[in-house]
Design a protein around this ligand. Structure first.
Ligand code: ADP
Ligand code: MG
Length: 462
């Protein structure tokens, strides 16, 4: 036993007692007696703790089940502990102990590799095999994003860093990121690629924080060649995650690792993001995907139709491309539904069937009401003057309809709160928020009020 300093060792012993106490609380007496109580503290060298157990069987079990919590609890006690090794304490001829030591090394490395693979694998398992470059239909709205993604996937170096892809929901950001990962895996299987949603990044990070092993967290990103984080708008406002993300981000950029980020808005428009972060996100190439044009929607539908079992007539595809404008996900959904129906009933789809089968989808994409229409309908309905929607009169008879109109504007249009405020006689956005809350409250407690609002919604949507 290499017990260098007995005072230090006494401290380690005390820490071990505390660690055991916490584990006991966590796993209960029975488990504690079977697995933890039998572990003894052997020594501590340069921050490495060596624990010993009676058999190889126990050792394996402890490594699999308890080593992580032992580590994390120990780190809480003492940040200097950098490793924990578990050895077998049987009678030791020199030979057998050397052997077990090398065995230990082996399992330990295996364990480590395994952990590392875990992260990479869990990420690869997220990759959708259909999201490839060849399945991506290119048109004006997405050509820049597509070209940039290809360039990153095919380059031997880092052409621009970061590549920042942004655009609305369902326009192909995730598809392009997965395509990059597929392409790199094919061309250079040894490159380490991590694809992760920002939410997952946050989840890992918060977990690391809780177990006080953010160092290990960072370590995991160190060997990455390409890091992709999808939907970063989700880390806005989360300060500590953002901070961590920023550090990881900077460190990787400094090491010339490729970063690819996506969001629903441009770096300048992302809310709740620190200024330095915002500016750094825009350092490389910022490529946006615009709302899809009719031609591109039709092109996508035609390409997807070819892969379906049932065929859909061209006029139907055109109809869909006209009617469903919001995003590709809805187009795909419509197509799949039609094809499933057609193969079930064994008939070719016609327009009547489409109207019926896709009622919900067609409705939601038709519902492009504007604020003026809302104001008009609401004032007619309550018999107030249209000008009162913007006037400063505060009597209940005009104020309530005005609030309802604001509420509907918020829910049926994509206008922002300040914009809505402006359109209602230059009111502040907080007034709009108040109106929305008030109407929600009234809808909840007053049935006839709720019916009124529902009726208005139906009228506006049809
Ligand atoms: P986002 O991540 O931007 O919300 P996704 O990448 O998840 O959108 O795309 C939604 C769906 O639309 C996916 O099934 C994707 O394959 C498909 N898609 C989007 N853009 C295209 C395109 N240009 N060509 C073919 N499929 C597309
Ligand atoms: Mg996405």
């Amino acid at each position: 036993m290499v017990e260098v300093n007995s005072k230090d060792f006494a401290e380690i012993q005390a820490q071990w007692a505390a660690v055991r106490g916490r584990i006991r609380q966590k796993i209960g007496d029975a488990q504690f007696k079977s697995w933890i109580k039998i572990i003894s503290l052997k020594e501590c060298v340069d921050g490495k703790i060596i624990l010993s157990v009676p058999s190889a069987f126990v050792r394996t079990r402890i490594i699999e089940q308890y080593l992580d919590i032992i580590k994390s609890y120990w780190l809480v006690q003492n940040l200097k502990v950098n490793d924990i090794e578990i050895v077998i304490s049987q009678d030791k001829t020199l030979k057998s102990s050397t052997k077990s030591a090398s065995e230990i090394k082996k399992t330990e490395t295996k364990n480590k590799d395994h952990k590392q693979d875990d992260i990479f694998n869990s990420i690869s398992s997220d990759l959708d095999t259909r999201f490839t470059f060849s399945n991506f239909i290119v048109g004006k709205p997405n050509e820049l994003a597509f070209a940039a993604a290809r360039r990153v996937a095919e380059s031997n170096d880092v052409p621009f860093n970061p590549l920042f892809l942004y655009g609305g929901v369902g326009l192909g950001k995730t598809h392009l990121m997965h395509a990059i990962a597929h392409e790199i895996k094919e061309r250079k299987p040894l490159r380490r690629v991590i694809y992760m949603s920002a939410e997952k990044f946050m989840y890992y990070f918060i977990k690391a924080l809780r177990f006080k092993n953010t160092v290990a967290f960072k370590e995991q990103f160190r060997n990455v060649d390409v890091l992709m984080i999808d939907d970063v708008q989700f880390i806005s406002g989360k300060d500590s995650t953002q901070e961590e993300f920023f550090h990881t981000f900077n460190a990787l950029i400094d090491q010339n690792k490729q970063l690819i980020i996506s969001a629903d808005k441009s770096p300048q428009d992302l809310e709740g993001i620190e200024e330095r972060m915002r500016s750094r996100l825009g350092w490389g190439l910022v490529a946006d995907i615009h709302p899809l044009t009719y031609e591109l929607r039709l092109g996508i539908l035609q390409a997807k139709e070819e892969k379906l079992s049932a065929s859909i007539p061209p006029n139907i595809l055109e109809f869909l491309a006209h009617k469903i404008t919001s995003n590709v996900r809805e187009l795909e959904g419509a197509l799949n539904r039609l094809s499933a129906f057609s193969s079930l009933v064994g008939r070719e789809i016609n327009l009547d069937m489409v109207q019926d089968l896709l009622k919900d989808l067609l409705k939601s994409s038709q519902r492009k009401v504007n604020i003026e229409e809302i104001q008009k309908k609401v004032s007619q309905h309550f018999n107030v003057k249209m000008s009162d929607m913007s006037s400063s009169r505060r009597s209940r008879t005009v104020a309530r309809p005005r609030q309802i109109a604001m509420y509907l504007s918020k829910n049926l249009t994509s206008r922002s709160l300040p914009e809505i405020g402006r359109r209602f006689g230059n009111r502040d956005h907080t007034t709009v928020i108040h109106a929305v809350k008030k109407v929600e409250e009234l809808r909840n407690k007053d049935d006839s009020f709720d019916e009124d609002v529902q009726l208005l919604i139906r009228m506006l949507e049809s």
